[in-house]
Design a binder for this molecule. Structure first.
Ligand SMILES: Cc1ncc(COP(=O)(O)O)c(C=O)c1O
Length: 394
């Protein structure tokens, strides 16, 4: 049976299994920094790349490879290269594929560290970036120059839950001879498969939903073998931003429950978004699963559900928003997302606090905005926790 015939939840538990002679049922964890050769000749052949056995865990490791195979199958990608974190995946993608003088077109709404990487570090080495509105394909096309190499986007965006039309932007990328890179952190392959929608490369912060339980850092770059494998492997091998075998094992096992977690967390998020929209203390809810979301039709085509992140605005700016946060007893006040524990964040004073007021305003991040990453707690418990906050705010 080929991979494309199997459901993502089947691949999540059955792909990437290479049993040792011990016949273990659960995936083994190879905690070893190097591998032993039978002879000097075998060592030489491995180093020369003539024998594809393992050499050293900075290059790769059987547990890391098992994670790569499983995630590649789930994303419908030819290959996956695992990295130490989501940021290492983005850095590896740029370092492996670009050279000085080339150019990126990126969505303006972008994870903070990604824009810092583009603006403060890549720029030092002659790679420049032009930012465009995520949802405006014409602006993407207009920003492409002869030296453009990558179009880079996150969809849905953080924290406004705005969407990019992946097939429309992929069509522009391919017509203009550039690669489309999609950071699929918010949806994961359980809800959105960018490669099937036309993207060339998918980036993951495995730290988020792939682990799903807030335990380890990890990342991945996925795509066609001819585009991704050699440049990324060569970069990581020499730069060292490799995924550790232990973290690979944790995320490999995390993938097994990805689909059921995403389904349950998305269902709770959808119910919470409905409830928030009807709440008198809430001014506006940003959630692609709501009929009131301006891109609801696109979300229904492109994603299997609205996802597990909901943002909403309260009246009364920062003071009221902070009161909502401080009145919760159950939700965790932390900027992380994708955990089984529900988290609440005030973006204007945390994740987006370093932006200028103008940049925040143009990103739509108001002082009254709150972002929730919905976990696996009972829905009524979450509502009660937020209701206390929202009532206190009023
Ligand atoms: C959309 C997105 N991309 C990339 C990253 C970076 O991932 P990591 O923290 O694993 O480096 C994050 C982290 O929050 C993120 O939200």
């Amino acid at each position: 049976m080929s991979h494309s015939e199997l459901a993502v939840e089947t691949l999540a538990v059955r792909e990437g299994i290479h049993r040792t002679p011990f016949g273990e049922h659960s995936e083994p964890l190879f905690l070893t920094s190097s591998f032993v050769f039978d002879s000097a000749a075998q060592a030489a052949a491995r180093f020369a790349g003539e024998d594809d056995g393992f050499v050293y865990s900075r290059y790769t490791n059987p547990t890391v490879r098992a994670f790569e195979e499983r995630l590649a199958a789930m994303e419908g990608a030819e290959c996956c290269v695992a990295t130490a974190s989501g940021m290492a995946a983005i850095l590896g993608c740029v370092m492996g594929l670009m050279r000085a003088g080339e150019h990126i077109v990126s969505s303006r709404s972008l994870f903070g560290a990604t824009s810092q990487l583009f603006n403060n570090f890549l720029a030092k080495f002659g790679v420049t970036t032009t930012y465009v509105p995520l949802a405006d394909p014409e602006a993407w096309e207009a920003a492409i120059r002869p030296e453009t190499r990558l179009l880079f986007l996150e969809t849905p965006s953080n924290p406004m839950m705005e969407l990019a039309d992946i097939p429309a932007i992929a069509e522009i990328a391919h017509r203009r001879g550039v690669l489309l890179v999609v950071d699929n952190c918010f949806c994961s392959p359980a809800l959105q498969q960018p490669i099937a929608l036309g993207a060339d490369i998918v980036i993951h912060s495995a730290t988020k939903y792939l682990d799903g339980q807030g335990r380890v850092l990890g990342g991945a770059v996925l795509g066609r073998r001819s585009v991704v494998l050699d440049p990324l492997t060569a970069f990581l091998r020499n730069a060292g931003a490799t995924l550790s075998p232990f973290n690979a094992w944790v995320v490999l096992k995390g993938l097994e429950t990805l689909k059921i977690r995403m389904d349950a967390q998305s269902a709770s998020a959808a119910a919470l978004a409905d409830w928030l929209e009807a709440h008198p203390g809430v001014k506006r809810v940003h959630y692609p699963g709501l009929a009131s979301h301006p891109q609801h039709a696109l979300a229904s085509r492109q994603q299997k559900s609205g996802g597990a992140i909901v943002s909403f605005e309260v009246d009364g700016g920062r003071e009221r928003a902070w009161k909502v946060v401080d009145s919760t007893r159950l939700l965790s006040i932390t900027a992380n997302l994708g955990d089984t524990k529900t988290t609440i964040t005030h973006p204007a004073s945390t994740t987006h606090g370093r932006l200028t007021a103008e940049a925040r305003a143009s990103a739509g991040v108001t002082e009254g905005l709150l972002r929730i990453s919905v976990g696996l707690e009972g829905l009524e418990d979450l509502k009660a926790d937020l209701d206390r906050g929202l009532s206190a705010a009023r």
